[in-house]
Design a protein around this ligand. Structure first.
Ligand SMILES: Nc1ncnc2c1ncn2[C@@H]1O[C@H](COP(=O)(O)OP(=O)(O)OP(=O)(O)O)[C@@H](O)[C@H]1O
Ligand SMILES: CCCC(=O)O
Length: 355
């Protein structure tokens, strides 16, 4: 039939898969991968074949094959800095991802898996608004140490989709509004969107900003340098300590915020202090982005899985609601945003960009 769009969103512990026909979602599933399943593989790229088979099995269960596809779209990963939009997947992009040229991240598999399945169906593969969308002002790139430049790594796909949706509900346009979006997930990113451009971002992946359920965010540099020397850490171990074993996990041995919030309800004072500190740091980062927008902020939006947590939302609101009204859009809109991005190209409303 060739009228289906397959959208793929690989996360660290899951692969989200959705099938759309012209207007609606036909089937969707979040396929969870156990620690044992994922643990068999050395790195993210090594999981390619395993995840491909999981996606094909999902399609088969739903009664479809790659021959039914019109296009495949994946969440875009760590590439060179590029403008937002829908990109056709090609060799240069695949090479950079397979070499992990710009670091490792589960979303690096998005383009790779989209390509693998598109080939089976004889169609094109795309990515939309990858995590490296770069709209940063030049002044924001200066780190404070020559030789190190700040870069834009952000939940661009969800941040932009959520901002558009919430503003639309308020009869406002993304392109003419100033908003601060805080995506609060396993990792977090916070960005200042000025008239439709993310002019500065708090890049949690590279160790900036608030700590998260599993990442440290920014640390006192000198003390961390001493820890590296004392514990004789190599780069892989450093990365693990910063992302995975950092943040809430390092204090409470738990990355699932739902369980931590349950502990707080049951009177765990340490858990309460740690999550309060996380919300305190998130609020500080939102305040920082307010100065980027010179105080002209129409809206603050909290999104991502952690925005489901009432404790989290209330503690952030308490500190930032003087800046601008706060809207809460928990979870993410990434699958629909992938579908909409590729549809704009297939309908000729937008041209596919080349990497
Ligand atoms: N109902 C809930 N209440 C509180 N926290 C929640 C709830 N649902 C999910 N979370 C927390 O949100 C976090 C995960 O968020 P999310 O699902 O957005 O992240 P992710 O998909 O792992 O990746 P990313 O970091 O890219 O967003 C986890 O710590 C999880 O416990
Ligand atoms: C989505 C941006 C990268 C990250 O923080 O995980």
């Amino acid at each position: 039939m060739k009228d289906l769009i397959l959208a793929l969103n690989p996360g660290s512990t899951s692969t989200k898969v959705s099938l759309y026909n012209e207007k609606t979602e036909v089937a969707t599933q979040t396929i969870r991968h156990s620690t044992e399943e994922i643990g068999q593989y050395e790195g993210v790229i090594d999981q390619q074949e395993f995840r491909k088979q999981v996606i094909l099995a999902f399609m088969k269960d739903e009664g479809f094959t790659p021959d039914d596809l019109r296009a495949v779209v994946g969440r875009g990963g760590l590439l060179k800095p590029i403008p937002g939009g829908t990109y056709i997947v090609g060799e240069a992009m695949l090479n950079d991802l397979k070499e992990e040229k710009y670091n490792t991240h589960a979303s690096n598999l998005g383009a790779i898996l989209a390509h693998e399945i598109a080939v089976l169906g004889g169609v094109d593969a795309y990515i939309v608004d990858p995590v490296v969308v770069d709209e940063m002002a030049d002044v924001a790139r200066i780190s404070g140490l020559k030789g190190i430049e700040r870069r834009s790594v952000v939940h661009a796909l969800n941040q932009k989709a959520v901002a558009r949706k919430v503003l639309e509900q308020q009869s406002k346009e993304y392109e003419t509004s100033n908003v601060i979006v805080a995506h609060l997930g396993g990792g977090s990113s916070i960005a200042a969107h000025e008239n439709g451009k993310m002019i500065d971002v708090v890049n949690g992946l590279d160790g900036e900003g608030p700590f998260t359920p599993e990442r440290t965010g920014g640390l006192p540099l000198f003390d961390f340098a001493k820890m590296i020397l004392n514990d004789q850490l190599n780069l892989t171990e450093i990365k693990k300590r910063l992302a995975g074993k950092g943040g809430v996990n390092s204090y409470l041995s738990e990355i699932d915020l739902r369980r931590v919030l349950e502990r707080i309800k049951n009177g765990d004072a340490e858990a309460e202090l740690i999550v309060t500190a996380m919300t305190y740091q998130i609020a500080k980062a939102i305040g920082e982005m307010a100065t980027v927008l010179k105080g002209k902020v129409d809206l603050i939006i909290l999104t991502g899985g952690a925005a489901y947590g009432q404790f989290v939302v209330e503690h952030i609101e308490e500190r930032v609601s003087w800046i601008a009204p706060v809207a809460v859009k928990p979870g993410e809109m990434e699958m629909d945003a992938l579908y909409e991005g590729v549809t704009r190209v297939l309908n000729g409303e937008e041209e596919a960009r080349q990497y």
